[in-house]
Design a protein around this ligand. Structure first.
Ligand code: GNR
Ligand code: NI
Length: 178
């Protein structure tokens, strides 16, 4: 188990197109475990492998609200390998999105409100599900990462520049090299 460093803009590796998983082995399961540990530590509700520098079509999501049972956090881990979206709705939904690779910045992004998704698990088994709400939004955000796209790429150039300027300013204030 390991918490991996998360790549942040403007790291060019975030623009990589990730490659399909073809081998469902122990190394893949280890990557998924490390991604969960990294996501929970951040904390975030989703993570794509490229955000930890691995250009593979692997996503993890956990939408569980922070909650404890017997002193242990309640978890709802979901794994998506080689995900595909079928039948996106014409109806759009807007959500105030954030991204661990664009830390502490948020902006409204519109995406199809409902989707039908297909994906594989770590054993190569195929799954399908209709999704709406935050799960549909989050899966689409994560799938964008597999194509090298960040949520700020959905904004107007002006809004994107404003977000990146604000991020730069906040990094300077924190004493982190921008
Ligand atoms: O933690 C995250 N929160 C979030 C909020 C709204 C829409 C998408 C997300 S995903 C993000 C984690 C992340 O960067 N995943 O790629
Ligand atoms: Ni993200």
């Amino acid at each position: 188990m390991a918490i991996l460093p998360i790549l942040e803009v403007p790291d060019p590796r975030l623009k990589t197109i990730s490659q399909p998983v073809t081998v469902f082995d122990a190394e893949l399961k280890q990557l998924v475990e490390d991604m969960f540990e990294t996501m929970y530590a951040a904390p975030g509700i989703g993570l794509a492998a490229i955000q930890v520098g691995v250009p593979k079509r692997v996503l993890v999501i956990d939408l569980q609200e922070p909650e404890e049972e017997d002193g242990e956090p309640v978890r709802d881990p979901r794994i998506f390998i080689n995900p595909e979206i079928l039948d996106p709705s014409e109806e759009l939904a807007s959500y105030n999105e954030g991204c661990l690779s664009v830390p502490d910045q948020f902006a409204e992004v519109e995406r199809p409100a409902t989707i039908h998704a297909r994906w594989q698990d770590t054993d190569g088994g195929t799954h399908e599900e209709d999704m709406d709400g935050l799960l549909a939004t989050c899966l689409q955000h994560e799938m964008d990462h597999l194509e090298g796209i960040l949520f700020i790429d959905h904004l107007s150039r002006l809004k994107r520049q404003m977000v990146l300027k604000k991020l730069q300013k906040e990094r300077k204030l924190k004493g982190v090299a921008a």
